[in-house]
Design a binder for this molecule. Structure first.
Ligand SMILES: CC(C)[C@H](C(=O)O)[C@@H](O)C(=O)O
Ligand code: SF4
Length: 657
């Protein structure tokens, strides 16, 4: 309701709840598409990275940053690291884009791409369809990266040509000529280069509670006792306990209760086709195993129509799958599509965090084909069992499917019917009043929580329905702090005195804040009283979200974090001095740190980013003019409303740059 009121106030184009194009936000843009090569695209959702498949810089941001963009047309950014991941050679039979990205995350880890924008290069990505590229770029966020992208090429242009929002005629020619220049120079230098041989990638599945916990479907559940790194071992032990798995169990022996085919990673037409093909290969009588409930959730209303025109829905329904309306559904379980405690699911989504699909639920990430195979057998299954001459015969004997073109389901773009009402108010962001330093006793988060503290864990989904930044203190680490059966407080560190008064949180695991862009994570910490989080590294979106709320995310070495955690555990008071850039404890030398001077200035003085940016109004307007001249197709002919200029929105606060 708030969204509807806002879009009306500001005359924005809106795909409402009753629009047949309604869907997961990361699909609609891609089907219509708003997305074009070379643009910068931001959205308040971490999987905005999906759009990088078009050769655009696309990344997720938090609520405060969304406000900044809407008010100023800009966003303050620091340059990311350049990372190139090349996969060359031939993929083995049964290995698809989901296996490729899961394998990559297994290789580099969920913090591997932190601070980076990944370019996916090499023959494997060059040969991928747009849908497959989208699945890969989508999970860049699970690799810790800000964004992922594939250089636009003929495959991109063919996909875009004739779509409703793509430029037409001469404008298309100009655009295409420009897009062809959008590739890395020969001999370009990257901060990080990863090379992977396609032949080394098996059909892949996760065993634990982080997307980096991957293993070949033919492999076994790893054995923590063989891990030499103690924090890795503790993390793996915790993950196995949560997942209810024994070390060394063959992955194919793991039985399931649910199968979910959907999410912004894998709910496009190609995904549905590949899952349906496995069902056909299993024969005309193939049915979802009796121990399993399986559902298919297309990514958008258009994809659903497309799949129905091809007859895919009939194949799914005949085999006993639920055929659902478009949406996020069981990917994060904000609606009743959830796993019950202890239930196990093969899911084509992107996150297997604790509680992600329902408190106590256990998620194994897989490709759509593997999910279909698992639904039929009732267990995690090597999809290659459904290949071969016999399978081909069964597919050939099955219903005749007609491949339809997505273009048949797209409608010419229509913008909002009414003229926009000019904004009547000048209110923009709220600025928190900031202390000059964070101080107080530190609470520690032990690595046995997990090596990567994700934002689903910091604040679970059931608290995301509020638009308020306050009142979330009790939601912080909810699943850890409150017993699910009794609702009583547990002995989690933040429930114990004096740590329940802590202003500093010290995390000794490897990374803090990965996953969803929910700014609620920062709000909950803030509301609890935490003003500074110290950890070896931070996920990019979370880091920005904390700073937008006047908090300090402080990266220190693993050694310093461990040392500080030991002192916090011993009850020692820890002080973080933002002006002097020091962490102090009595009797020990101060740990010095350095943060970006601009950020330090903003935090110390409680300055509001929007007000600061609006001081650059002239530069923004002149860039907008230049953009309209150079890249005229970006003006978006779909808009029927008036363009709202940056001018006219003032914070009324006195700011300095
Ligand atoms: C709700 C939204 C902010 C979130 C995200 O950013 O990822 C959601 O899509 C998710 O997958 O958890
Ligand atoms: S909830 Fe799942 S499907 Fe929805 S945007 Fe997030 S990751 Fe994508």
């Amino acid at each position: 309701m708030q969204l509807e009121a806002n879009v009306k106030d500001f005359g924005l184009t809106y795909f409402g709840l009753s629009d047949k194009r309604q869907d997961v936000c990361n699909s609609i843009n891609l089907v219509e598409p708003y997305q074009l090569p070379g643009i910068t695209c931001v959205c308040g959702d971490s999987h905005t990275s999906t759009h990088g498949a078009f050769g655009s810089l696309a990344f997720g941001i938090g609520t405060s940053e969304v406000e900044h963009v809407l008010a100023t047309q800009t966003l303050l950014q620091r340059k990311g690291k350049n990372m190139r991941i090349s996969v060359d050679g031939e993929l083995a039979e049964g290995v698809g884009s989901k296996d490729v990205i899961l394998h990559i995350i297994g290789v580099i880890g969920t913090a591997g791409g932190t601070g980076s924008v990944i370019e996916y290069a090499g023959s494997v990505f060059r040969n991928m369809s747009m849908e497959a590229r989208m699945s890969v770029c989508n999970m860049s966020i699970e690799a810790g990266a800000r964004a992922g992208m594939v250089a636009p090429d003929e495959i991109t242009f063919t996909y875009l040509r004739n779509r409703p929002l793509a430029p037409k005629g001469e404008e298309w020619d100009h655009a295409e000529a420009y897009w062809k220049t959008l590739k890395s120079d020969d001999g370009a230098k990257f901060d990080i280069e990863i090379n992977i041989n396609a032949a080394d990638i098996p059909p892949t599945v996760t065993w634990g509670t982080s997307p980096q916990d991957v293993v070949a479907i033919t492999g076994k559940v790893p054995d923590p006792s063989t891990m030499s790194d103690p924090s890795k071992r503790a993390s793996a032990e915790r993950a196995l306990a949560y997942m209810g798995l024994q070390a060394n169990t063959p992955m194919e022996d793991i039985s399931l209760q649910k199968v979910f085919i959907g999410s912004c990673t894998n709910s496009r037409i190609e995904d549905l086709r590949s899952a349906a093909r496995i069902i056909l290969a299993a024969g005309p009588d193939a049915k979802v195993a009796p121990n399993v409930e399986a559902m298919v959730v297309p990514g958008s209303g258009l994809i659903k129509q497309h799949a129905e025109a091809e007859g895919l829905d009939t194949i799914f329904k005949r085999a006993g799958f639920d055929w659902r309306e478009a949406g996020c559904s069981m990917c994060l379980g904000m609606n009743p599509d959830q796993l019950a405690p202890g239930e196990r699911c093969a899911s084509t989504s992107n996150r297997n965090f604790e509680g992600r699909q329902g408190a106590g639920g256990r998620t194994h990430l897989v490709s759509p084909a593997m999910a279909a195979a698992a639904a039929i057998t009732g267990k995690l299954t090597d999809v290659r069992k459904f290949f071969g001459a016999d399978a081909e015969e069964k597919v050939a004997a099955g219903p005749k499917l007609t491949l339809a073109s997505a273009l048949d389901f797209l409608t010419e773009f229509t913008g909002p019917a009414t003229e926009p009402e000019r904004p009547s108010h000048t209110q923009t962001a709220t600025t928190t009043s900031l202390p000059t330093a964070s101080s107080g006793s530190g609470a520690l988060l032990h690595p046995c929580i997990t090596d990567n503290v994700d934002t689903d864990m910091i604040i679970p989904k059931q608290f995301l329905k509020t638009l308020k930044r306050t009142g979330l203190a009790n939601a912080l680490f909810f699943a850890q702090r409150f017993d699910p059966k009794t609702g009583e407080k547990t002995d989690f560190v933040l429930n114990k005195s004096p740590y329940d008064q802590a202003k500093i949180l010290i995390c000794t695991g490897k990374n803090f804040g990965c996953g969803s862009s929910r700014e609620h994570a920062a709000w909950a910490l803030n509301d609890f009283g935490i003003r500074c989080v110290i950890a070896p590294s931070f996920a990019d979106i979370f880091r920005n979200n904390t700073m937008q709320n006047g908090m300090l995310p402080l990266p220190l070495s693993e050694e310093d974090c461990k040392d500080l955690a030991a002192d916090a555990e011993a009850g020692m008071e820890i002080e973080v001095d933002l002006e002097k850039q020091e962490v102090r404890r009595s009797g020990k030398p101060a740990i010095t740190f350095s943060i970006d001077p601009f950020r330090q200035h903003c935090l110390v003085n409680g300055l509001d980013d929007i007000g600061l940016t609006l001081q650059r109004e002239e530069a923004i307007t002149s860039f907008e003019e230049k953009r309209s001249t150079l890249w005229s197709w970006l003006d978006g002919f779909g808009y029927q409303g008036q363009k709202i200029s940056v001018a006219g929105i003032k914070t009324g606060k006195k700011m300095e740059w």
